[in-house]
Write a protein that binds this ligand. Sequence first.
Ligand code: AHG
Ligand code: MN
Ligand code: MN
Length: 340
Amino acid sequence: MDKKNKTLGEFVIENQTSFQYSSGEFSRLINAIRLACKVVNHEVNKAGLVDILGAAGDTNIQGEDQQKLDVMANEIFIQTLKNREIVCGIASEEEDDFITINSHDELHQNKYVVLIDPLDGSSNIDVNVSVGTIFSIYRRVTPVGTPVKLEDFLQPGINQVAAGYIVYGTSTMLVYTTGHGVNGFTLNPAIGTFYLSHPDMQYPETGKIYSVNEGNYIHFHQGVKDYIKYCQLEEEDRPYTSRYIGSLVSDFHRNMIKGGIYLYPKSSMASNGKLRLLYECNPMAFIAEQANGKASDGFTRIMEIQPTELHERVPFFCGSPKMVEKAEEFMARQRDRENQ
Ligand code: AHG
Ligand code: MN
Ligand code: MN
């Protein structure tokens, strides 16, 4: 079959055996995520329209507030996963604590936990700019048949069995990995089907894009400042181009396709940066590494960090391998200077 005619459903079935814990459970999990993603996509697409209709119709006599889209996306993903009883626990950016899922017979037979950022880049919703969803899947470490515990969620990224993101952009794409490369599927909205549009995605070895919120420049570590100046220098293949959307998913997606580096470093205002290790950096790091890229906190591989809290933050350097290595060189050089 022409690769481009392959649907996500067909792809999942065909590749079930390459998933190391092949059991059909994972296929059902991906199916649930695909479904939730289509519902969220529908809500995201009509975000501006709902306001227009509300203002014109003036019919909401119940005084219902329009739910913020990130709360709505959170509920859609949680309900979809809960109803299908395919995971034993969920952790979300929007929930203070993790959620325990009781299976029908109350025996908690499911093996997987999911961590999600239901709506990433939410500051872009109101202005019709791409947003996303990020998910990360682990096998629980506590025994099946017992309620999940915090330790099931606080696993280093190297334990991930799958990770992915959805970008609600000019088209909607679902990109995921199970540790056998990265594949991207584009939604045909007319029929609600995802097609394999980007098989075996790979970062170019190097690129010409750097993505960082330069508004925070004066608060950055000197190593980051030096690297940014390096990106701007007129030398060899530089200056690079600066591109920053402010939605991690969208910035990452562009850089993976075109070649580039994404930086969210720590600063004097945010001692560990802004991005969350468990449901932003780890899944993106897994995808990056599976696509020939790299992800670190400037010094250490992201996926080897042992998490200690559900919502902990970590500096994030991610992208084309040569560019991440170069940024790490600047960080190490500065650290050596400080240690002298
Ligand atoms: P979220 O909307 O899930 O809270 O994530 C927002 C994150 C990320 O998507 C983006 O890259 C970053 O925040 C942007 O932060 P700044 O506005 O500080 O640049
Ligand atoms: Mn986010
Ligand atoms: Mn979010």
